[in-house]
Design a protein around this ligand. Structure first.
Ligand code: PNS
Length: 160
């Protein structure tokens, strides 16, 4: 059985993330979506909220599980028995940082990182921009799943 891990902050999950996860589900026997508990930027949604949102989004894909982790990604991959990390690349601007992380992970363990090119229509999409647009009242419905759009609207309503 060949498994992969798709790690990220997912704050919140976007249609770009789900496109990468769905393609992995079609390629690998098993996919672990790994939600980092403490991302570098203060998250809008807690790790449990991000896990819940993702679980609802991937509910129909039988070979996908969602879990949270803290600490090193390579340690979590080893704990889960996964030896391939998959990251989505939107543009060359993503590449430097993603390549650097993949080299560090390779240094830390023998793990392989594979890159999946994001669907062109999601090439400009990021969780940060989605939050910014949602916070300013812009339309995000085509960028995130409905339940994520609802969660964002509720979060911004709570904040006001
Ligand atoms: O959504 P992001 O910001 O691209 O996700 C980044 C993530 C979670 C993959 C990265 O921050 C990560 O791997 N964090 C765990 C800490 C770690 O292992 N650091 C060393 C790897 S370079």
């Amino acid at each position: 059985m060949i498994s992969c891990m798709v790690p990220g902050s997912f704050d919140p999950p976007t249609k770009g993330h789900l496109d990468v996860i769905k393609r992995c589900a079609g390629i690998f026997d098993h996919v672990v979506v790994a939600v980092v508990a403490n991302p570098s930027k203060e998250p809008m949604f807690t790790a449990e909220e991000r896990q819940d949102l993702l679980e609802e989004c991937v509910g129909d894909w039988d070979n996908v599980e969602v879990d949270t982790f803290s600490g090193l990604l390579v340690d979590f991959a080893s704990l889960k028995g996964v030896d391939i990390i998959v990251k989505g690349l939107r543009a060359m601007t993503d590449f430097d940082y993603e390549f650097q992380m993949s080299q560090m992970n390779r240094h830390l363990s023998n793990i392989v990182t594979m890159f999946v090119a994001t669907k062109p229509e999601y090439g400009y999409l990021s969780s940060s921009l989605v939050k910014q647009v949602a916070g300013l009242g812009g339309a995000i419905d085509s960028l995130v799943p409905d339940l994520v759009a609802k969660a964002l609207k509720e979060r911004f309503a709570d904040d006001n």
